[in-house]
Design a protein around this ligand. Structure first.
Ligand SMILES: [Fe+2]
Length: 595
């Protein structure tokens, strides 16, 4: 049975393909259309999934979508009758629902010469989230939790997953939402773009939670794990906030009201400097989120006493909170799949459908490599057709017949302080580069952040960089020994090790690590092992292969990024492209950076 799963008309539109219950391919549309967090119908991602499976649209039995406009219908009607929100808000939402309902039209446009003969199924948004967390997890039985902004009139749901079944104990409905709380505070702190919440998470450790009492006035916790917003501080429930979910980057209007400004003071404009007050507000927002999150988890624990949890929804990307679960609750094991946000709902919807049709559970997501790959012919052709420009830019091209030699040579370049673009195998599913579309650097360098920011990233200086560490060595360097293959938990670096890896140790001594297992990614594991052998440090600094754009997908995009930035080395599978430059020139550049 072939099932295509879709996340459509939400942020991070995505498609996946499941064959007899086993994931074959998955990718976000943004990687193809090159617009971050693209929302709309994921036609290119779907096309890729079919190509990867070697089939056409006519071979697909079912399409499962992670949204059901009919879900929570009575609650919606009751809300409108009781609260009489702005008529434009109601009409806007209805228009959006109609758009989501009309997939046949989108399919006809995306596949003009093919016909879909199967059925389209709707899976309620949070059910798809919960399925995306639990069904690909290694757990037979676990607590399941989904928390996000909104989807199908809900903002959170939790309960229990057992074998193929999931039972929901509790939901939180519109207009109450932890995702909206965090997003509103993110906007207030001067980060207006969709998906900027991780910046507040990165900023939080610089401050103290001195505004926590104020935050507790905004979010009220309930004894059964639920939560409610004090709506005085928000606009989304009564005004027609501008939402853009189709044909571009998602766009959300201002969510907070003037009352929030009265409570916390003047909001920060995006071009204003960050002060200690902003750090403290970020710290307090993070602390409030964690209180509410742990309240949910502890309530689920009290009810079911399950030592494992599978988490999803946009808030599951809060890797700092995820990393503290084992300290703040009795829960011992945490699973957050690679695309825990809305993109992941595509997989949730597809697997949910497989189980509805009586399929057995026969898939565990142990790695994130579900995207397109490039073959050597394509890379050869690319380098040949760019030979002249590479020569003009003083780049040399080397082909490695022996992989061990490639690992040693690359590891030596990393240890010399060079910045490496590392392109290998299938592209990652989810927002993190995990060693196949990564930029790699030496974690031991105090100046690595400045080098990366000067040469490529130009991102805010407060944001930390993350380490990819050999799984078998992680416990010697980090306080927790949980497996974190998808970089979804932040844990403490052991105090004695912090001075050895300053580039990946955040201001509070934490690191958002990726544990790399040999069986999950032998190529990347071998590279880190070569660096370990050379330096005694079993990890590299890993950041996404991009420059203010979605992560690169093709070798062409990787080469373009290499050429327009000051990256030193590009590895495309077994080909190495090096930018020539004397050590003198490099140290001059570094001097400039350090000034
Ligand atoms: Fe969602």
């Amino acid at each position: 049975m072939i099932i295509v799963g879709l996340n459509a008309f939400h942020g991070d539109a995505a498609a996946c393909l499941v064959r007899d219950g086993i994931l074959v391919a998955a990718a976000e549309e943004e990687r193809f259309c090159r617009i971050k967090h693209w929302a709309g119908f994921p036609s290119q991602a779907m096309l890729y999934c079919l190509k990867e499976a070697g089939i056409g649209l006519a071979d697909v039995d079912h399409i499962a979508v992670n949204s059901d406009p009919r879900a929570n219908r009575f609650q919606r009607l009751a809300y409108v009758a009781l609260h009489r929100p702005d008529l434009r808000l109601v009409l806007d939402r209805l228009k959006n629902h109609r758009k989501r309902s009309s997939l046949n039209h989108e399919l006809a446009v995306a596949f003009p010469n093919e016909r879909f003969k199967g059925r389209i199924h709707r899976v309620e948004h949070h059910l798809a989230h919960l399925a995306s967390a639990f069904l690909p997890s290694p757990f037979e039985e676990a607590a399941i939790v989904s928390i996000d902004g909104f989807g199908d009139f809900s903002s959170a749901a939790w309960g229990v997953g057992r074998h193929n079944d999931m039972t929901i104990d509790r939901r939180v409905l519109f207009p109450h939402s932890l995702g909206v709380f965090y997003q509103a505070l993110t906007q207030y702190l001067g980060f207006p773009h969709y998906g900027d919440e991780y910046k507040v998470m990165g900023l939080a450790p610089y401050g103290r939670p001195t505004y926590l009492e104020a935050m507790r006035r905004i979010v009220r916790l309930e004894a059964d794990g639920g939560f409610a917003l004090d709506l005085t501080y928000f606009r989304h429930h009564r005004e027609n906030i501008s939402y853009q979910w189709n044909g571009g980057s998602p766009c959300v209007g201002t969510l907070y009201s003037a009352a929030l400004e009265n409570l916390l003071g003047r909001p920060r404009a995006s071009n204003q400097p960050l002060t200690a007050r902003h750090h403290d507000i970020a710290s307090s927002a993070q602390a409030m989120y964690e209180e509410a999150f742990f309240n949910v988890l502890n309530c689920v624990w009290n009810k079911h006493r399950l030592p494992r949890v599978a988490i999803s929804g946009g808030c599951a990307m809060n890797s700092v909170a995820n990393g503290r679960i084992r300290h703040a609750t009795p829960i011992r094991q945490v699973y957050v799949q690679a695309a825990a946000g809305d993109a992941g709902g595509a997989i949730g919807a597809a697997l949910m459908l497989w189980h509805r049709h009586g399929g057995t559970r026969n898939f565990v997501m142990n790695d994130a490599y579900w995207g397109p790959r490039a073959d050597l012919c394509e890379i050869d052709h690319l380098l040949n057709s760019n030979a002249e420009s590479l020569k003009r830019l003083h780049c040399t091209v080397r082909r490695f017949a022996d992989n061990a030699d490639l690992y040693r040579t690359t590891a030596a370049a990393i240890a010399r302080g060079e910045v490496i673009g590392w392109f290998a195998g299938r592209m990652e599913w989810g927002p993190r580069a995990l060693g196949n579309r990564s930029i790699i650097c030496d974690p031991r360098r105090h100046d690595a952040k400045q080098i990366l920011n000067a040469k490529i990233k130009r991102r805010e200086s407060f944001r930390p960089f993350a380490p990819s560490v050999l799984a078998e060595e992680a416990s010697a360097w980090f306080e927790d020994d949980d497996d974190v293959p998808f970089m979804t938990q932040v844990v403490q670096v052991k105090p004695t090790k912090r001075p050895l890896i300053p580039a990946v140790t955040h201001v509070d001594g934490s690191g958002r690590l990726q544990t790399v297992r040999q069986e999950a990614n032998p190529h990347y594991h071998a590279l880190i092992s070569a660096f370990f052998q050379l330096t005694g440090v079993p990890m590299v600094l890993n950041t996404s292969f991009n420059e203010n754009e979605p992560i690169v997908c093709t070798p062409r995009e990787a080469l373009d990024c290499f050429l327009r930035t000051n990256m030193d080395v590009l590895v495309l599978e077994t080909m190495m492209i090096e930018r020539e430059g004397s050590e003198n020139e490099r140290s001059l550049e570094l001097d400039e950076v350090q000034q």
